[in-house]
Write a protein that binds this ligand. Structure first.
Ligand SMILES: [Zn+2]
Length: 139
């Protein structure tokens, strides 16, 4: 898959999201990710799952005796991380699609506390001057 680096965070969020819905296992995740257009093999997925486990986002439920499939469930920390990531995904989504959503007229639609507002677009994007608040590391 080209542009893998660009998508690695999205893949992790898919994994985290699905693990929040039900226990997941590798083969199922590979299918699900390919449904979304991410072709990811076991050599990439399993190390990714292990890293997410080490980071405390996922908990592995190993099959006793080493047989059967290992499933992963989301942890409390994983749920917190997912909730925080959703806010950022929404923000990114809105920015990526704001032109298509009719934001060209100098107004933008803002969702705050679950309510949508229309506000005048600031001349200078606040991000431009502000220091980078979030350090993003991909691995
Ligand atoms: Zn999915």
């Amino acid at each position: 898959m080209g542009d893998q680096e660009l998508y690695s965070g999205l893949i992790r969020l898919h994994v985290l999201y699905h693990a929040s819905q039900q226990p997941v296992y590798g083969f199922w995740l590979m299918n699900e990710l390919s449904r979304h257009g991410y072709r990811i093999g076991p050599g990439t997925l399993y190390p990714l799952l292990h890293r997410m486990e080490r980071r405390g986002y996922l908990l592995r439920r190993g099959a006793a005796g080493g047989r059967g499939r290992r499933t992963y469930v989301i942890t409390r920390a994983g749920r917190k991380a997912l909730a925080a990531a959703k806010v950022k995904v929404r923000e990114l989504y809105e920015e990526l699609f704001e032109d298509e959503a009719g934001g060209k007229d100098g107004h933008e639609h803002v969702r705050e506390h679950g309510r949508e507002h229309v506000r005048e677009r600031p001349r200078v994007l606040p991000y431009a001057a502000a220091p980078l608040r979030y350090r993003i590391s991909i691995r």
